[in-house]
Design a protein around this ligand. Structure first.
Ligand SMILES: [Zn+2]
Length: 901
C-alpha cells in the first residue's frame, strides 16, 4: 500500500477541534472525513496507529480513577520542554461551530486533488487555511497549539496527527523502524572558503543534498515520517511541493529557498521492519545523491561550456567518489513476530538502566489507563539509535586520495582540476591533466591565481545548476562580500542623508556590470541600485591601478571625479568602518534535549488541576519511577517544531529584516550569519533570547522579554512554540577587517563558539582580529546576576559603547582601558582588595571624561558609566581563568566597535 492511501484516514482519525468537545469527537471526525471526500472504510487500519501514538504520548493516567474526576475541559496548554504554560479562555461550543463552518467552506478547494496530492495539500495547507479564516479571533491565537489531550496538554493535536500518520500499525502487528541519516563532512567542508559565496554555497550544498535524501523517505512514507527536522513550511519542502508534486502552496515565497534551513541529518520513522527494504531505501538515497551530483556537474559544464577528456573525467570521478560521506542506521521496533522489548536493548544500556525502565513499564501496565506498548520505549530506542550512529561514524575511515601536483586553492587537499587559461603557466607543469577554463568564464567564479579540485569547483559554481534547474532566484546570484557587510550602515546613512551623492557615486560606478551587486536584504528596500562595498573605501580608489583597468577605461569612468565625490561623502557622513562580524550560534546540550535528559519534572506534563486530582499514591509511585517526563515522538517532534519556528519565524526577521545582516545558514539549532558592526549587539541578544522564546513582538518588531517564560511567542496573532526558557545557546563572534582572509575568520568563529561552550555554555565569546594582527578575546555570560538585579550583558555593552563614542557631546575616552591594563599588568586583580581596584577604575574613568558642553551633568554621566563597568568587573572577577585580560579585552572590543581603529 502506498503511504497516501491511508494517510488521510489517519490524519482525520481525530477531528481537528477535538479538545473542544471530547464526547462526540468520533462523530465529528467522521463528518470531517466526509467533507474532504475520505472514506471511513479503513477505520480498522488507522485505529492501531492511533493506539501506538497515543501510548507514546499519554499512557500515564491512572485507570482505576472515576473518569468524571479526571476529565478535564480545555483551558490550559503546557509547554512540552519547560514548566511554562498558558491559560486559555475560549467558548468551546462556538469554536466547534466556527471550525465546522470553516471546514465546509475550505474543503472544496481540496476535494478535486488526487489522493497523493490531497495528502500533501492537507498536511501543508489545512492549518494555514484555517488560521486565515480565523483572522482576528481569539481562537486564531491557540489553534496551532491546541492540545491532543486536555489532561496531558503538553503536546499539540498537530504533533499527535504527525505521529499517528507516521506510524504503521495493524491489529496484530506494528511495522516501524527508527532511522537516522547524516551526511558529512560538515564543518571542515564549509570552512573551506575564500569568498563569502563559497562559505554560503558550501552550507547550501549540504543542506540541499540532505533534502535529496529526505525526498526519498517522504516518497516512500509521506512527509510526516520525518521527525527531525520539521518539514512543515521549510523552504525546500515548499519548493518541492510546488514544483514536483504540483500543488498550490500557501504563502510560499520562492526567494526563501536561498537560505539553507535543512540540517545535515534527519530522523525518520520508516513504516517497515524489513531490513532488506531499509537497506534498499538507504541504497536508493545514496544513488539519488550521486546522480544529483552527476546531473549538477553536467548542467554546470554545459552552462560554462566545459568538455572534459577521458583522463580529466577520471580525476573528476575519483575526487567526487567519497563526496558526500553518508552514514545511516536503523532500529526496528520489532524482533521477529514480536514487538521489541526492553531486554532486547542490552548492547546499548547498562543493566540497572534497563531494570529501571522495566519497572516503569510494569508500573504503567499495572496502573495506567491504557496498556503500554512499544511506543512507550521511544526514548530508549531513540538513544540507542544515536549511540549506534555515533559508533558507525567513528569506525568509518575514508581513504585519502594520493595525487601528485598542485593542490586546490580552496581545500588544499585534492589536486587542481580547473584553472583559468590565463594562469596556464602556473598549473600545467604540475597538473598536466588539469582543464584550462576559457576566457569567457564569468569573472566571479575564478581569481586568476586560483586552481580548484572537482568538489570545490562544484561548490563554487553550484549556482549555475540552481539557476538552470531549480529556480530563477539563483540566476545572476550574488552573495554580499565582507566589504558589502562592513559598509552597509555607511550606505544606509548615505542614502538617508545625502541621496544625491549616493546617486552620483553609484550611478557612475554601476556602469560596470561586474560591480553591481545585491545589497544586504534590509538595505535593498531603500537602495534601488548598488555597487560593491569595497569601492566606498578610499584605499580601493588609491591602491588599484584603476585608470588602466579595462572596465573603467571602456566605460569612460573618471577616477579623479570619483575620488572627489567620495571626499564629499566622507565630509558629509564620515568614513565607513572597514570591520564586520561573523557569528555562529548553536543550542546548548542539544543531545540531552533530543534524548529526553533535559525534560522537566513529570508533573509538568499534566494539566495542573489533573495533577492535583490524581491519587496521591499514584503520583508518588510515578515520580519514583520517572522523576522526569519521558521522551515521546510527539515531544521529539515538538523540539523540531520549536527549532523550525526559531530559524524560520524569528532568525530571518532578526538578521535580515530588522538589522543589517545576511544569513549563511539557519537550520536545526545552528545559525551562521554576517552582521554589520552597528547592529551586532542587537542581533546577538535577539538571537539568544528568541532561542528560548523570551521575546515579544511589538509593532512588528522582535523585542526582548525575559519575563515571557511560557515558551510560546505570539506572532501575527498566532502562538508559536519555542524551545522555552530552560533552553540556552552559545555563540562565537569574530570582528574582522574586510580584507582579512576569510578562511582564518571562519576558523576563528568556530574556535570562539567552542570557547563559549567551555566557559560553561549560555555564553558568548568575541574575538577582535585587528588588521595589524593583534587579537583580543572577550568572553561573557548572556546574563549577569548582580547583587540587586539581573543584567543583560549585551545591554550593558550597548550603553558602554555609546558612552565611549567620540562623536557624542560627552563621552569617556577609551584611553582609560589601556591605562588600567598597564597599571594592573603584573598584578593579579583577584588577589587585590576589590575596593582598591574599583577606586582606581573610577579615578581613571573620571579623568577620561570629555565634553563639548560644560553645562552637562558630568557626575551623573561618569557614575552611570562606572555602574555598568562595575557589574562587568565583578562578574569577570568571579571566573579565575579569565579575569584580568577578559575584563579589559571586553572593554576594548566594545570601544572598537564604534568606528574601528
Ligand atoms: Zn578543493
Amino acid at each position: 500500500m502506498n503511504w497516501y492511501e491511508i494517510f488521510l484516514n489517519k490524519f482525520f482519525h481525530d477531528p481537528i477541534d477535538k479538545p473542544f468537545d471530547i464526547k462526540y469527537h468520533e462523530n465529528r471526525a467522521k463528518k470531517y472525513r466526509e467533507l474532504f471526500g475520505i472514506s471511513s472504510d479503513l477505520e480498522k487500519e488507522f485505529k492501531y496507529a492511533d493506539i501506538i501514538a497515543s501510548c507514546m504520548e499519554r499512557s500515564l493516567i491512572p485507570k482505576d480513577t472515576d473518569n468524571e474526576q479526571i476529565r478535564q475541559e480545555f483551558n490550559e496548554i503546557r509547554h512540552p520542554l519547560s514548566e511554562g504554560r498558558i491559560n486559555v479562555e475560549i467558548d468551546k461550543e462556538k469554536s466547534i461551530q466556527e471550525i465546522s463552518k470553516i471546514l465546509e467552506k475550505i474543503s472544496e478547494s481540496y476535494i478535486s486533488y488526487s489522493e497523493d496530492k490531497k495528502s500533501y495539500a492537507i498536511w501543508r495547507n489545512l492549518l494555514e487555511d484555517i488560521l486565515n479564516e480565523l483572522k482576528d479571533t481569539e481562537l486564531q491565537k491557540y489553534f496551532a497549539i491546541i492540545p491532543a489531550d486536555t489532561r496531558v496538554p503538553d503536546h499539540s493535536l498537530w504533533e499527535h496527527l504527525k505521529i499517528t500518520t507516521a506510524t504503521n500499525a495493524g491489529e496484530k502487528l506494528q511495522n516501524n523502524s527508527l532511522f537516522l541519516f547524516s551526511l558529512g563532512p560538515v564543518q571542515s567542508f564549509i570552512k573551506q572558503a575564500r569568498k563569502t559565496q563559497d562559505f554560503y554555497m558550501g552550507s547550501f550544498l549540504l543542506s540541499y543534498l540532505t533534502f535529496i535524501a529526505i525526498e526519498v523517505v517522504i516518497e516512500h512514507f509521506g512527509p510526516t515520517s520525518i521527525i527531525y527536522p520539521d518539514l512543515y513550511k521549510q523552504p525546500l519542502m515548499d519548493w518541492y511541493l510546488k514544483n514536483k508534486i504540483k500543488i498550490e502552496v500557501k504563502n510560499f515565497d520562492v526567494n526563501s529557498i536561498q537560505l539553507p534551513t535543512i540540517p545535515n541529518r534527519f530522523v525518520a520513522i520508516l513504516g517497515t521492519t524489513d531490513s532488506q527494504e531499509i537497506i534498499n531505501i538507504a541504497k536508493e538515497i545514496k544513488q539519488k545523491i550521486k546522480s544529483q551530483i552527476e546531473e549538477s556537474c553536467k548542467v554546470i559544464f554545459q552552462q560554462l561550456n566545459i568538455q572534459l577528456n577521458e583522463d580529466q573525467n577520471k580525476i573528476k570521478e575519483l575526487q567526487l567518489k567519497d563526496f558526500p560521506q553518508i552514514y545511516w542506521v536503523a532500529i526496528p521496533w520489532r524482533m521477529g513476530e514480536e514487538d521489541i522489548k526492553i531486554e532486547n536493548l542490552k548492547e546499548f544500556y547498562k543493566e540497572d538502566i534497563l531494570k529501571k525502565w522495566q519497572e516503569f513499564f510494569d508500573f504503567a501496565k499495572k496502573t495506567g489507563e491504557h496498556e503500554p506498548n512499544v511506543g512507550f520505549l521511544y526514548q530508549l530506542l531513540y538513544t540507542a539509535l544515536e549511540k549506534s550512529h555515533g559508533a558507525i561514524k567513528n569506525q568509518r575511515i575514508f581513504e585519502q586520495i594520493k595525487e601528485e601536483g598542485r593542490k586546490c586553492s580552496l581545500c588544499g587537499e585534492r589536486n587542481v582540476l580547473f584553472f583559468l587559461e590565463k594562469s596556464k603557466e602556473k598549473f600545467i607543469k604540475f597538473n598536466p591533466d588539469a582543464y584550462s577554463l576559457k576566457i569567457s568564464t564569468p569573472k566571479k567564479y575564478f581569481d586568476e591565481e586560483e586552481g580548484l579540485c572537482a568538489i570545490c569547483f562544484l561548490k563554487r559554481t553550484f549556482e549555475e545548476y540552481l539557476g538552470k534547474n531549480v529556480s530563477n532566484v539563483f540566476k545572476d546570484f550574488s552573495f554580499p562580500s565582507t566589504a558589502e557587510v562592513a559598509t552597509s550602515d555607511f550606505k544606509e546613512r548615505l542614502i538617508k542623508e545625502a541621496i544625491n551623492l549616493w546617486d552620483e557615486y553609484v550611478g557612475s560606478l554601476s556602469k560596470i556590470k561586474s560591480l553591481r551587486v545585491l545589497p544586504l536584504p534590509k538595505l535593498s528596500k531603500i537602495a534601488k541600485s548598488n555597487v560593491e562595498g569595497q569601492y566606498f573605501y578610499e584605499e580601493t580608489l588609491k591602491e588599484s591601478n584603476l585608470e588602466k583597468d579595462e572596465d573603467f577605461y571602456k566605460n569612460d569612468i573618471d577616477i579623479q571625479e570619483l575620488k572627489k565625490t567620495l571626499k564629499e561623502i566622507y565630509k558629509k557622513i564620515g568614513k565607513p568602518n572597514p570591520y564586520y562580524a561573523i557569528l555562529y550560534l548553536d543550542g546548548d546540550n542539544m543531545g540531552k534535549w533530543l534524548s529526553g535528559e533535559n525534560l522537566p519534572e513529570i508533573q509538568h506534563a499534566y494539566h495542573s488541576d489533573v495533577w492535583k486530582k490524581m491519587p496521591q499514591n499514584f503520583k508518588q509511585d510515578l515520580i519514583k519511577k520517572s522523576p522526569k517526563k519521558i521522551l515521546t515522538p510527539a515531544i521529539h517532534s515538538a523540539i523540531s517544531t520549536s527549532l523550525r519556528n526559531y530559524t524560520i519565524e524569528f532568525v530571518r526577521p532578526i538578521v535580515e529584516e530588522e538589522h543589517l545582516g545576511k544569513l549563511i545558514y539557519a537550520g536545526g539549532d545552528d545559525v551562521l550569519a554576517f552582521v554589520n558592526l552597528k547592529d551586532l549587539f542587537d542581533v546577538m541578544q535577539k538571537l539568544r533570547w528568541a532561542f528560548s522564546g523570551q521575546i515579544k513582538i511589538e509593532n512588528n518588531k522582535i523585542q526582548l522579554d525575559l519575563n515571557n517564560t511560557t515558551g510560546f511567542v505570539l506572532k501575527n496573532q498566532v502562538y508559536h512554540l519555542t524551545m522555552g526558557s530552560k533552553a540556552t545557546c552559545s555563540m562565537g563572534v569574530v570582528i574582522a577587517h574586510y580584507k582579512e582572509p576569510l578562511q582564518l575568520v571562519i576558523d576563528k568563529v568556530f574556535e570562539m563558539e567552542k570557547k563559549a561552550k567551555d566557559y560553561g555554555r549560555d555564553s558568548f565569546a568575541i574575538c577582535l582580529m585587528k588588521h595589524s594582527g593583534e587579537e583580543r578575546v572577550g568572553i561573557s555570560r548572556w546574563k549577569i546576576d548582580g547583587k540587586e538585579n539581573t543584567y543583560l550583558t549585551t545591554e550593558l555593552f550597548k550603553q558602554l559603547k555609546e558612552k565611549m563614542d567620540r562623536e557624542q557631546d560627552e563621552y569617556i575616552s577609551d584611553g582609560f582601558i589601556q591605562k588600567f591594563r598597564k597599571e594592573f599588568y603584573y598584578l593579579n586583580i583577584s588577589d587585590l582588595e576589590e575596593g582598591l581596584v574599583k577606586t582606581e577604575i573610577k579615578r581613571l574613568i573620571s579623568r577620561a571624561y570629555n565634553s563639548k558642553d560644560s553645562k552637562l551633568k558630568k557626575e551623573k554621566f561618569i557614575n552611570d558609566f562606572y555602574k555598568s563597568i562595575e557589574i562587568i568587573l565583578e562578574e569577570t572577577l568571579k571566573s579565575e581563568k579569565y579575569n584580568k585580560n577578559n575584563f579589559t579585552n571586553l572593554l576594548e572590543i566594545i570601544s572598537f566597535m564604534n568606528r574601528g581603529e
